[in-house]
Design a protein around this ligand. Structure first.
Ligand code: XIL
Length: 316
């Protein structure tokens, strides 16, 4: 992938602390990651319920283990994520007033930045702001108090405390399908926020596909261009493709096509900074528990890439 890029390009994977330790059931976990990637993100260790389990008490042990491993291996680290509806600590969900919620958010982001700003420059500030069906903004505690603009509070705090050179991202799934409803809703939100001078630098396309039904290179390319035309950068942040029939050669072929099309769309847009996949290899992926899918990653259980550089070249 790097050979095809011809520019600084991030090829990332996500890691979890239990599998990095001596007793890991996956002894080649760290060597696979070190050999295949130049960038790492923590799979869960930087989520709010891990890093600030009680108000004002920060806990950086697990996150730092991954960050330090990444730095020791000379790789780039990304922060995922400052705010996600699915990782809110209980104390946040119990907050009763909008004012108090906004100050908890600001304080959280300040703590995240103070601890991490010298260790990494790419931060997912808000993750998954759109409703599951794609028709509107997500209904959750952060949209439940009238008159509070949590996007502006979050991104402004991140700019202030993580610094002017931090790259601040909003991340979403399903927006890879640039001709779909969710993409339109998300694009409209981003335009509105930019109009209000909310300091967003980039958009993350998660890229969680199923059964080889990822977007075509054209559809994803058009979607990325809509954001890069607005002056934003983009990345693919969580690529995987879970298969319900991993032995069906047709589906496997489509899976490889989805992967090369996604990587190809990013390589073709000079403002696409890289592609991260949401695992190290097929030995361990959230998809096997989340929706019972198999063989979801770009690397098989022997850490071998599932496609060749000529397959990638053929879409470029
Ligand atoms: C998932 C992790 O992979 C799981 O291990 C965890 O239990 C839940 O979160 N979109 C995201 C990621 O932005 O944070 C999610 O990661 C997958 C969906």
């Amino acid at each position: 992938i790097l050979q095809e890029a011809g520019r600084p390009f991030l090829v990332g994977g996500c890691m979890r602390t239990p599998y990095m330790m001596g007793s890991s059931p996956y002894p080649y976990y760290t060597s696979c990651a070190a050999n295949q990637f130049n960038a790492i993100v923590a799979e869960y260790e930087h989520q709010w319920d891990v890093t600030e389990p009680s108000r004002g008490q920060f806990s950086w042990g697990p996150g730092d283990m991954i960050t330090d491993w990444t730095a020791n291996n000379g790789m780039t680290m990304r922060y995922h994520a400052m705010l996600w509806h699915d990782a809110l600590p209980g104390w946040v969900k119990q907050i009763q007033k909008g004012e108090d919620l906004m100050s908890a958010l600001q304080d959280h982001i300040k703590g995240v930045c103070q601890h991490n700003r010298d260790k990494m420059k790419i931060f997912i500030v808000i993750n998954e702001p759109i409703s599951e069906d794609g028709s509107r903004e997500r209904d959750y505690i952060f949209t439940s108090f009238h008159g509070y603009d949590y996007y502006s509070v979050a991104f402004s705090a991140a700019r202030q405390h993580c610094g002017p050179d931090a790259k601040l991202y909003m991340n979403e799934y399903g927006i890879e399908y640039g001709r779909g409803t969710k993409f339109q809703t998300f694009l409209q939100l981003v335009k509105t926020l930019l109009h209000r001078n909310v300091p967003i630098d980039g958009i993350g396309f998660q890229g969680h596909y199923s059964d080889g039904k990822g977007p075509s290179i054209q559809e994803l390319g058009e979607a990325m261009k809509k954001f890069t035309d607005l002056g934003l950068e983009v990345m693919v942040t969580e690529l995987d493709d879970g298969l319900s029939q991993p032995d069906d050669q047709n589906i496997v072929k489509n899976q490889i096509q989805s992967f090369v099309d996604t990587i190809g769309a990013c390589l073709k847009n000079p403002k696409c900074k890289g592609v991260w996949h949401w695992a190290v290899d097929d030995n361990l992926s959230w998809r096997t528990t989340f929706d019972n899918r198999q063989s979801p990653t770009l690397l098989d259980k022997q850490c071998k890439p599932k496609f060749t550089s000529s397959e990638l070249e053929s879409v470029l």
